[in-house]
Design a protein around this ligand. Structure first.
Ligand SMILES: [Mg+2]
Length: 294
């Protein structure tokens, strides 16, 4: 198999893994690389411009160094382009890499990026922007604080899923969710989540049967309010199937239209976005190609 001709590295320079960017560069240059394009950015918001530049310069393989935010920004810029992506999980939260079986191990991640299996992945798209892990809006920012200590330990990084959530005077707002054109949920909801992958670190499943290449997005609405109900819902995610929680409704769709009673902050792959009253989401089947373990 011939190596890629043009390889681009887009690195969040504040993130680290193994021997850092020096080791990354040594390992990349040990591969069959014709042209090496090397970009370092101080924040993930700067990544899309570099990703587009790399694509314009004919990159065959783009390596992303960083966490879910960095990966999300890069995938958003490269969706629909004929570029293969390698993920080097150097971030704090690396949920996409974890779901794809890419380890937080620099030599192994580089090996996979160059020699792994090419896997086409769906992306979700919310209000014009792609996500790879999850998107959503939630309305009970205190839920993690309120959850008891033992549960919090078990939840681990699931907490980050909810970081964008804002508490709104204790009461759950009215939400209308249409899936594929039909009203599926109408009522008070504390959280609406869209999922492309299912497994959260530590074996916690938010979406039990999610596959990132089946052409569908998972949709979940939680009606849980207050500490006790949230604890039951999240506990269910830890010990069993989250769709068996009495406070969760779940299904699967290609188009999701969420209407909120008031503008809410929403998030994509753990990063907060502006407030919106409407979330229009679609699945983009096989939007990107990522190298994963064989
Ligand atoms: Mg899917």
């Amino acid at each position: 198999m011939s190596g890629p001709k043009t390889v681009a590295v887009i690195a969040h320079r504040k993130k680290t893994l193994g021997g850092g960017l020096d080791e990354l560069r040594r390992r990349v240059t040990a591969e069959d690389v014709g042209t090496l394009l090397w970009y370092e950015v101080p924040k993930s918001r700067k990544a899309p411009k570099k990703a587009r530049e790399a694509a314009a310069k004919g990159a065959d393989l783009v390596l992303v160094w960083g966490g879910d935010g960095m990966v999300q920004r890069t995938l958003d810029a490269l969706a629909g382009r004929d570029v293969t992506i390698g993920i080097i999980p150097a971030g704090t939260a690396n949920l996409l890499a974890t779901n794809l079986g890419i380890p937080q191990d620099l030599p192994e991640a580089v090996r996979i990026a160059f020699h792994g299996r090419k896997r086409p992945l769906d992306l979700g798209k919310v209000n014009g922007e792609h996500f790879a892990v999850m998107a959503g809006a939630g309305f009970d920012g205190n839920l993690i604080k309120e959850a008891d200590r033992g549960l919090k330990d078990q939840l681990g990084r699931l907490a980050y899923v909810w970081t964008g959530l804002k508490h709104v005077d204790g009461s759950a707002p009215q939400v209308r969710v249409k899936i594929d054109g039909t009203t599926w949920f109408k009522g008070a909801a504390s959280c609406v989540l869209l999922g492309n992958v299912g497994t959260i670190t530590g074996g916690i499943h938010a979406f039990d049967d999610a596959e990132p290449d089946d052409g569908w997005l998972e949709v979940g609405v939680s009606t849980a309010q207050g500490a006790a109900e949230w604890a039951r819902t999240l506990g269910r995610m830890v010990v069993g199937r989250s769709d068996r929680s009495p406070f969760v409704r779940m299904t699967r769709a290609r188009e999701i239209d969420v209407k909120l009673a008031a503008p809410m902050e929403y998030e994509l792959d753990g990063g907060a976005r502006t407030t919106a009253k409407r979330l229009r989401a679609t699945v983009v089947p096989h939007a990107v190609t990522v190298r994963v373990p064989a």
